[in-house]
Design a protein around this ligand. Structure first.
Ligand SMILES: [Zn+2]
Length: 230
């Protein structure tokens, strides 16, 4: 029981630590990109990207590279089903457009991601991240959704259910709402899904997350649920 509770708390506190620090530092948006496209059904968002690696595992593996590997696989699977979608980033770099410092680059990166979402209103955003926690025993996949969107909640519930059933049968995780201090999600109105695919701070889970096979299992579940529900 205690462990279950700890897991829940970990997921909430660890979620997207990356984007919370920036809250309040972006008083104005300049929508640098207009990437509105035709018949887009999903926006796939791989969290972080150079120069922001996100959470880092003990062996130096960055969250950014894992997020991208998984999102690319989801993208391939959606392409196979001719499901139109856009990616916020397609390579190892974040999508910063200005700034000399890492902080400034992070700010413009988030502005650009917000602009992509704004240019494609009402299109669900599926964001992939990895978790990290001081206690290395904490592990597992946690799905979050943006509060107030029935569509997002339904998708998140289906994703969490499928993840539990197919990848973590010992877990009884249920979906949670995305904390309000996560800047990116607080500034978009799209139905929002955040999938924390695992803890890079857990050695066993990190080893799994680094394999093509496990990445494909995660991607397959995501693609299956997205195409079943939409
Ligand atoms: Zn992250």
């Amino acid at each position: 029981m205690l462990l279950k509770k700890i897991r829940g708390i970990a997921a909430v506190f660890a979620v997207c630590a990356v984007f919370t620090w920036i809250a309040g530092s972006l008083p104005h948006f300049s929508f640098a990109r207009n990437t509105a496209a035709q018949n887009v059904r999903f926006i796939l968002d791989a969290g972080h990207g150079n120069p922001d690696g996100g959470a880092v595992g003990a062996d130096g593996t960055t969250e950014a590279e894992l997020n991208l590997a998984i999102i690319r696989k989801v993208s391939e699977l959606l392409n196979q089903k001719s499901v139109n979608h856009i990616l916020t980033r397609t390579d190892e770099n974040s999508i910063f457009s200005e700034g000399e410092t890492i902080h400034a680059k992070k700010v413009s990166d988030i502005r650009n991601r917000i602009a992509i979402a704004a240019a494609n209103p009402a299109i669900p955003v599926i964001s992939i991240h990895m978790n990290s926690y001081p206690s290395s025993s904490v592990q597992g996949i946690q799905v979050f959704y943006g509060e107030g969107s029935e569509e997002a909640q339904k998708l998140a519930d289906s994703l969490q259910h499928a993840m539990n059933e197919r990848l973590q049968p010992d877990h009884t995780k249920t979906t949670k709402t995305i904390p309000k201090n996560v800047y990116f999600f607080a500034n978009i109105s799209n139905p929002s899904i955040l999938i924390e695919c695992g803890f890079v701070s857990n050695a066993e889970e990190l080893q799994k997350l680094k394999t093509e096979e496990y990445q494909m299992q995660l991607a397959q579940i995501i693609a299956d649920v997205l195409t079943a529900e939409s």
